[in-house]
Ligand binder design. Structure first.
Ligand SMILES: Nc1ncnc2c1ncn2[C@@H]1O[C@H](COP(=O)(O)OP(=O)(O)O)[C@@H](O)[C@H]1O
Ligand SMILES: [Mg+2]
Length: 331
């Protein structure tokens, strides 16, 4: 059984949190979050905690699946360890545990995934666990922001007033809890494309930010705004104290060689954002070895990192993930 994540007060150091961020959709934030988790687990032996911080819930869908409510909206899956007759669970958790619970003063239960040990008591082996996202939860938080107070749906109790500042710091507080280091080595946050206080919350929770982009719809304006938001967060840290590092813009969904236009755009972006771009030659190409992963929801999806290192997709991908690993774990 996964232990609820809560204040346990161990003298451990906060773990790093990698955030995939871009205010555009369809640039591979979710795919890259999963690939980084798989890479760190399968090739580096890390214990990874994924956080789905996007109301679209694509990351949750891929790793553990989602349910639908009566209006056919996506809802987080039931957690198998939640016991509705247990008083502790009733008070501290929700049946469909998800990241929005932290904004209501609750604990969260991460789900185990197909990557990890079979023994539920084993907390030292490499793994990928995920805290589910919630479409409704995110919508509620934003709708109730600065209103008289949030109502806890399950109890009808009105919670204390939430202002944007408190909301923004909450995820950072959760991620920097040293007790997490008992069970995990790194957090990976997949964020949504909208610029709301939740977007700021994600930035404030991160120690490392990566901004995937598609080298065909590149907008300098949007990118400057994004980089400025990260710079501002560096100067005004709320939620967690560790500094924030921008690992840079990462070209994704790259088609090499067709008419050379992707290569051209990447060169131009590298020139425009010299210090804020991944090193030359690092990119993730558009390949079915990556996109086909999503179709295998009912059985264990294959990972790109189960392919032999000599495979051409791995040869392209490996330097990117090695770089991320080295930056995050300061080698
Ligand atoms: N390297 C890749 N090769 C092939 N398809 C990819 C790759 N990266 C992402 N995709 C596909 O592109 C689409 C958008 O990716 P996604 O990760 O959902 O973007 P975002 O989270 O930024 O909206 C998805 O259908 C995904 O399967
Ligand atoms: Mg996404």
């Amino acid at each position: 059984m996964n232990t609820p994540l809560a204040d346990q007060g161990f003298e451990l150091k906060p773990i790093p949190a990698i955030l995939f961020l871009n205010n555009k959709g369809g640039v591979a934030k979710t795919t890259d979050s999963s690939l980084t988790a798989e890479n760190l687990c399968l090739t580096k032996g890390k214990r990874v905690l994924l956080i789905d911080f996007d109301g679209q819930m694509n990351l949750t869908m891929y790793w553990v699946g989602v349910d639908h409510n009566e209006d056919d909206e996506l809802i987080p899956p039931r957690h198998p360890d939640y016991d509705p007759s247990d008083e502790y669970d009733q008070e501290h958790l929700t049946e469909r545990s998800n990241i929005c619970d932290i904004f209501h003063g609750r604990q969260v239960l991460p789900h185990s995934t197909f990557l990890g040990p079979d023994d539920p008591e084993d907390i030292t082996s490499p793994r990928v666990d995920i805290v589910a996202g919630s479409r409704e939860g995110m919508r509620d938080i934003l709708q109730n922001l600065n209103k008289s107070g949030l109502t806890d749906k399950s109890t009808g109790q009105v919670l204390e007033t939430t202002n944007a500042g408190k909301l923004i710091s909450q995820l950072g507080k959760f991620c920097s809890n040293p007790a997490l280091a008992e069970q995990y080595d790194v957090i990976i946050i997949d964020s949504g494309p909208t610029e709301t206080p939740l977007f700021s919350a994600a930035i404030q929770a991160a120690t490392h930010v990566i901004s995937p982009y598609k080298p065909e719809e590149f907008s300098i304006m949007g990118t400057s705004t994004l980089i400025n938001a990260i710079r501002k967060a560096r100067l005004n840290r709320i939620g967690r104290e560790e500094e924030i590092n921008f690992l840079g813009l990462l070209p994704c969904l790259v088609d090499l060689g067709r008419d050379g236009s992707h290569e051209e755009t990447i060169t131009q972006v590298r020139n425009d954002f010299a210090g804020d771009h991944f090193p030359e030659g690092m990119m993730i190409t558009n390949t079915t070895a990556i996109s086909s992963r999503q179709k295998k929801t009912s059985k264990k999806p294959d990972s790109v990192f189960s392919l032999p290192p000599s495979h051409k997709v791995r040869k392209r991908c490996d330097p990117v993930f090695q770089h991320i690993h080295d930056e995050v774990f300061s080698l």
